[in-house]
Design a protein around this ligand. Structure first.
Ligand code: ASP
Length: 622
């Protein structure tokens, strides 16, 4: 366990010894087809007659012997066909193809050369009967962890891709996490309650998927972007504590690692304030780590939104490593670059920097790569300045023409640097430059391998702004969603200074990924109306879209709040996967398509008619 302390912040990173979930309790799978599964038999079963069913993963012929790796979800058992014992059985085994489904009966015996990599590696089964349950075409790629299939092929044959042990383990992990969530929340009094999929629009900031109504010409359902309004109605209904592991649908533009349908752990509680919610769900995440990974990550760090941006240049900082931003020049504060005629610094309202521990050893080439990195259009900086504190005590910088040793030392000291460290500076407008520093921080960490997948740093971000200005639409939009309550102490200036009102909202961030977020909700009709007005809804529009919720607030709505976790993201994090696609059984590709079933697809002319809609594109059927 490693503790970092920096100022008033405490960071915790924990090494994770286990890359895989702890094992499942033994399952009995005995049926007419099998006495045990392919991962079950051990040396203690030597001499037993057994029947196994599974897939022919590999066949090796060695003289009079044929070795068959028989595979199922539970593991692999080696089956032996011995020509000298049963020649016709041996010939039948020779006919088997990859991924044939077979039933084998035989006797367990010790292996001559045990395989320590395999749970069943001490034994093998000498076959005395073989039944082919089904044949298989030659699979289009190797069904092993190291496969030769390209992404497109793997997705098109996802049912074969899912036969690979690594993918089966991921789904097993997902299942175990879902079970652990259900157990923890049930024990805390939460009820799992289903909410409808055919609803009308929920404002989570994305586009809705809509479903035309056959029975109500010209009218549409929307699929839920989240069960937000329903879970609040469940609180009005007095259900007190709700959760649901639930599919949500958002029709967003294509972005890497976005799925149009994804799963949330959606939760809501009555009679709570923020601390109650944070306590409950920090408990859930710590429980998951303990149950699934076998360790407790300890109490979570906390940062306000403002601190996160100032120190890390992002509202989802990766705290597996410290490296905070130091400010050398701010619009209202000091300026450690003043008075030297250095134009870049003089013109920029803000200068911030990162101290790279041990970075003085970075080569010229590595520095150039970082300069190239910040100049990429996605980052958009004009250049990168640096200052090095060599281990012999001397200093140098990319601005030596303008600044002397004493000035360089003042920067290094301000950043808490030591000999051997390197400072990297960016200059510009504060908000943008902080964001660029946030990206640079991650890039440096990537280069120096400061983000190991088996370490976890969890934190809460609080005090988000309630509203953001949308310059495209020229109006305020809710940063979280319009049901989020303002912080009580900021309520007074909701109308005069809406931009500076903070929300009673929180996000949970693990290893730089936002894995969940929620808020204390508005439960007062008048305040809810006021917020809708601020967001540019007329009273009529607000009534038409969300009248059901505001009306419900008139009938004794309790104070309430909640959170939703991105379940796919959480599982991917626990599985050490980059993409959530890897932990979803049947994901869509990056273009939002399911290439296995070929969806979306056109529909029959008859269906257009029944649904009272007409295609706008000529490539749709009619
Ligand atoms: N409905 C929110 C979301 O999907 C979560 C919440 O506020 O509970 O992000």
């Amino acid at each position: 366990m490693v503790f970092f302390k920096k100022g008033k912040l405490n960071f915790i990173c924990i090494s994770d010894k286990f890359s895989l979930p702890l094992p499942l309790p033994a399952v009995k799978v005995t049926t007419a087809y099998r006495s045990s599964h392919c991962g079950q038999l051990r040396a203690t079963e030597v001499g037993k007659e057994v029947t196994l069913s599974g897939w022919v993963r590999r066949l090796r012929k060695m003289g009079a012997l044929i070795f068959l790796d028989l595979a199922d979800r539970y593991g692999i058992t080696q089956i032996v066909f011995d020509h000298t014992v049963d020649a016709s059985l041996w010939s039948a085994a020779q006919e088997l193809g990859r991924e044939y489904v077979v039933q084998v009966s035989g006797q367990v015996r010790p292996r001559e050369a045990p395989n320590p990599q395999l749970a069943t590696g001490e034994i093998e089964v000498l076959a005395h009967s073989l039944r082919v349950l089904n044949t298989s075409e030659v699979p289009p790629f190797r069904l092993e962890n190291e496969t030769d299939g390209g992404e497109e092929l793997l997705m098109r044959f996802r049912y074969l891709d899912l036969r690979r042990p690594i993918n089966q383990q991921r789904l097993l992990l997902r299942h175990r996490m879902a079970m652990a969530v259900r157990k923890y929340l049930s024990e805390q009094g939460f009820l799992e309650i289903e909410t409808p999929f055919l609803i009308k629009s929920t404002p989570e900031g994305a586009r809705d998927f809509v479903v035309p109504s056959r029975l109500h010409p010209g009218q549409f359902y929307a699929l839920p972007q989240s069960p937000q309004t329903f879970k609040q109605l469940l609180m009005v209904a007095g259900l007190d504590r709700y959760f649901q592991i639930v599919r949500c649908f958002r029709d967003e533009d294509l972005r890497a690692d976005r799925q149009p349908e994804f799963t949330q752990i959606d939760c809501e509680m009555s009679f709570v304030d923020r601390e109650d919610v944070l306590h409950m769900f920090e408990g859930l995440v710590r429980y998951l780590f303990q149950e699934i990974k076998g360790f407790d990550p300890g109490p979570f760090a906390r940062l306000t939104y403002e601190e996160a941006l100032r120190l890390y240049g992002t509202d989802k900082p990766d705290l597996r490593f410290t490296m905070t931003i130091t400010e050398f020049k701010t619009p209202a504060g000091e300026d450690l670059f003043a008075g030297a005629g250095f134009r870049i610094a003089e013109q920029a309202p803000y200068m911030g920097g990162l101290c790279v521990e041990g970075g003085a050893t970075l080569t010229r080439r590595q520095l150039d790569e970082l300069i190239e990195f910040v100049k990429r259009p996605q980052i958009g900086a004009e250049g990168l300045l640096w200052c090095r504190w060599n281990t012999d005590g001397s200093t140098s910088s990319s601005m030596d023409k303008f600044f002397e040793e004493s000035r360089r030392l003042s920067w290094l000291q301000k950043a808490g640097a030591r000999p051997g460290d390197l400072l990297l500076f960016l200059a510009g407008e504060p908000e943008k430059t902080r964001r660029q520093l946030g990206e640079l921080r991650l890039e440096v960490a990537r280069k120096l391998q400061l983000r190991p997948a088996d370490r976890f740093a969890c934190l809460w971000i609080t005090d988000f702004p309630l509203l953001e200005w949308d310059s495209g639409e020229n109006r305020w939009v809710a940063m979280h969603h319009p049901f989020t309550a303002p912080l009580p102490e900021d309520l007074a200036f909701l109308e005069e200074k809406p931009g500076s009102v903070r929300a009673n909202a929180y996000d949970i961030v693990i290893n730089g990924a936002e894995v969940g977020g929620g808020s204390i909700r508005i439960h007062d009709e008048q305040l809810q109306k006021k917020v809708f007005r601020l967001l540019g809804f007329s009273d009529e529009e607000a009534q038409a879209r969300f009248g059901f919720l505001m009306n419900a607030f008139r009938y004794g709505a309790p104070p309430h709040g909640g959170i939703a976790f991105g379940f796919d993201r959480l599982v991917a994090l626990f599985a050490g996967c980059e993409s959530i696609r890897e932990v979803i059984a049947f994901p869509k590709n990056n273009a939002g398509r399911d290439t296995m079933i070929n969806a979306p697809d056109s529909i029959e002319p008859r269906q257009w008619e029944e649904l009272h809609i007409r295609p706008a594109f000529s490539n749709a059927n009619p």
